[in-house]
Design a protein around this ligand. Sequence first.
Ligand code: 7PJ
Length: 283
Amino acid sequence: MTVVQYPSRLSCGGRVLDLTHPQVMGILNVTPDSFSDGGRFAARDAALRHAVEMVAAGATLIDVGGESTRPGARAVSPVEELERVAPVVEAIAAELDVVISLDTSTPAVMHEGARLGAGLINDVRALRRDGALEAAADSGLPVCLMHMLGEPGTMQQDPQYDDVVVEVRDFLAQRMAVCVAAGIPLERIVLDPGFGFAKTLDHNLSLFRHLDVLHELRRPLLVGVSRKSMIGQVLGREVHERLAGGLALAALAVAKGACILRVHDVAETVDAVRMIAAVQSAK
Ligand code: 7PJ
């Protein structure tokens, strides 16, 4: 077991997360398809229902994303992204006691999302888009900085590292320094190695095995592996068949000191986390 060394409370707008226990973040994709049938209100209501379900299952964060990061996904304009995300953030903030995470790289979404009640900015580009650092700093919210090389559209075209673990660690250290210089204090920073982002299967497995190296940076770690292709590649499973593999990795991530698990299958992951906690609190 890894013992974590940083302060264990993360202040997320009006809510405080206790990171001495692993927290489960439920994934809420607000996809364009959800607009095609029934229009915008139906999309918002469906998203809210999904969020209610995940909170009932034990999620303490909901990650709302309006821009797909899948390779080959169509680019979304800031206006379009905001039109998808804003009503959902507003509805969750009004109805649920949960930290809303914004899965976005877009300054306008950070700005408006924070105003509407979001509690965390989760940026797969680690605040590298123009204006993102400033928008995140202005929001006063914590940020999750994720490692990725290049852009989602092209990131899986032959990613190369001499030492993936060291390079991910150094990238995150450098982004932390940039954040601090821009007025985002260390206490507001969460780190994520970015499984599946510009990484081969070997890179992902090696990074996972040596996850504890990232504790050198002394910040809480978020791990997102739910249904990802690294599970599919090892087990030969389609997306909807990856739950067992994902739970194994979730348990291993907790054992290696990860604090936030970003998942689709909230109820199952919460069970796994509770089971681990029961063993850890035994005499
Ligand atoms: C991640 C994410 C992740 C963080 C996505 C997917 C791809 N944000 N957003 N970490 N993945 N922080 O869920 O398969 O791993 S989108």
